[in-house]
Design a protein. Structure first.
Length: 301
């Protein structure tokens, strides 16, 4: 189970431990408050492992540990939960490095871990449950880096589902609504990210969009955070069902409002979907270069 420092990972690790399972829970930092909380609240069956999904040596060390402890039994379930995003901005304003960082954790890290554990999962005829995002299915404004990585992850897991069927391995995707997890709901964190983004933008882009454009996106996102759901049990229950149900669903959608969102996405014209996503999530103001007052200023000059 990856990404157990906080949020879904931490809650799921605790839930599975209470149910009596032997859990291997990976965390970024063995001394983090989340890791210490798991030590305090879980039984001795739970094993905490340090893993940064961007480091092959970390992944290999975890693989060796799990292999040594499950060689005779195989591994029943892998939960790919670790996720990363630190950018809320238009694709044009998001540095290329931010796209790469999302891909490294959300896609390549999960791919390497899954491939490494497949021999053990095959021998047990086990399960793979992966936490993706609706942002990987539809173009949420200002989430291109994160959304693109989750789109790649979702497609990868759908491919694994099809290819691993003969081995008896069942693969499920979890696509949660908006929940309060880790730094995702910390305004101070996002304000810092906004300042760093503004400092890194080329002058020409800053002129075209305007500093107030980036500020407005950040304000709207911080406002949106207030609808984040604190009770993670719907997601934990979906992950658990993916691991234990005789016939788990291919996709789980825990969270409110996702039914209407996917209905609009699948059956209504693109412009309706785009309007809905802007109304629901972030509706950026007009970039500075497109505003009427900017054109007046240019003419005067």
């Amino acid at each position: 189970l990856s990404g157990c420092d906080s949020g879904f990972g931490q809650a799921t690790a605790r839930h599975l431990d209470i149910m009596g399972f032997r859990v291997f829970a990976s965390v970024l930092d063995l001394q983090s408050p989340g890791a210490q909380e798991l030590r305090r609240s879980c039984s001795s069956r739970l094993t905490l492992l340090q893993m940064d999904l961007t480091k092959t040596e970390d992944i290999q060390r975890v693989l060796q540990h799990i292999q040594a402890h499950t060689n005779s039994t195989g591994l029943w379930g892998l939960v790919n939960n670790a996720g990363f995003n630190d950018t809320i901005a238009d694709a044009e304003l998001s540095p290329l490095g931010k796209f790469r960082a999302c891909m490294e954790v959300n896609f390549f890290g999960s791919l390497e871990l899954t491939k490494g554990l497949l021999p053990l999962l095959r021998s047990a005829g086990g399960r793979i449950v992966t936490v993706s995002s609706p942002a990987g299915d539809m173009p949420f404004p200002c989430l291109a880096a994160y959304g693109a990585s989750k789109a790649a992850l979702s497609l990868l897991m759908d491919t694994f589902r099809s290819e691993l069927q003969p081995w008896g391995i069942k693969v499920s995707l979890i696509l949660p609504g908006y929940y309060k997890t880790g730094t995702t709901c910390d305004p101070a964190f996002w304000n810092l990210q906004k300042q760093q983004l503004l400092a890194s933008l080329p002058q020409e882009l800053l002129q075209a969009y305007g500093e107030d454009y980036v500020e407005e996106i950040n304000q709207q996102f911080i406002q949106f955070m207030k609808v984040a759901v604190e009770d993670l049990s719907a997601v934990v229950n979906s992950i658990t069902e993916g691991l234990l149900a005789a016939n788990p669903a291919v996709r789980y959608y825990p969270g409110q409002g996702l039914g209407i969102m996917y209905f609009i996405h699948r059956y209504l014209p693109y412009f309706v979907r785009d309007l809905f996503l802007k109304g629901f999530f972030i509706n950026p103001k007009l970039p500075r270069a497109l505003r009427r007052e900017h054109h007046k200023d240019v003419k005067k000059a």
